[in-house]
Design a protein. Structure first.
Length: 164
């Protein structure tokens, strides 16, 4: 018997939860991204960047893939009713969505760095918790963890080299 055969009528099937999760995560990320004027506008363009800073066009595709992976992982965890892990995921996701307006909108590089450290912590807890419930969900979140580590470097370095 498959997961879909076990799904009660009116409930989302095992394959549909990850699709819904991906659409929600990607949609939220896109909505936040669209609220920022061209990725931070002149303010961001005028900042000195550290070595290894990617060109602006890289961020959209990378975040799109990461949001899809995050959503699939979240959907799988919801399907498995791992609500403690889902709660950790939601916390880090809200922090993730908050980072963009804090960094690009408020130009608060230090506060954005504090947020990214919190994302890192809650994401690590999410992955650890997910591993106990669904190994694939934990694996799907690893590229996001690696990107957050890289983003932490970028955020900290931009703050350091642009300090007044």
């Amino acid at each position: 018997m498959t997961d879909d055969e076990d799904t009660p009528p009116g409930k989302l099937s095992a394959w549909l939860w990850p699709v819904v999760g991906a659409v929600v995560c990607l949609g939220c990320g896109l909505a936040i991204g669209l609220t920022m004027e061209g990725g931070g506008g002149e303010w961001y363009q005028d900042l000195m960047k550290p070595p290894g800073n990617p060109p602006p066009w890289v961020f959209g595709p990378v975040w799109s893939v990461l949001y899809i992976l995050m959503g699939v992982a979240a959907g799988r965890l919801i399907h498995r009713r791992a609500m403690g892990t889902v709660t950790l995921f939601v916390i880090q996701f809200i922090l993730n969505l908050a980072w963009t307006p804090v960094f690009f909108g408020a130009h608060a590089i230090g506060w954005a760095l504090a947020i990214i450290f919190c994302i890192w912590g809650f994401l690590a807890l999410t992955i650890r918790s997910a591993e106990k419930v669904d190994h694939l969900s934990a694996v799907l979140l690893l590229p996001y963890l690696f990107w957050i580590m890289y983003a932490t470097y970028l955020n900290a370095a931009i703050g350091w080299i642009n300090r007044a």
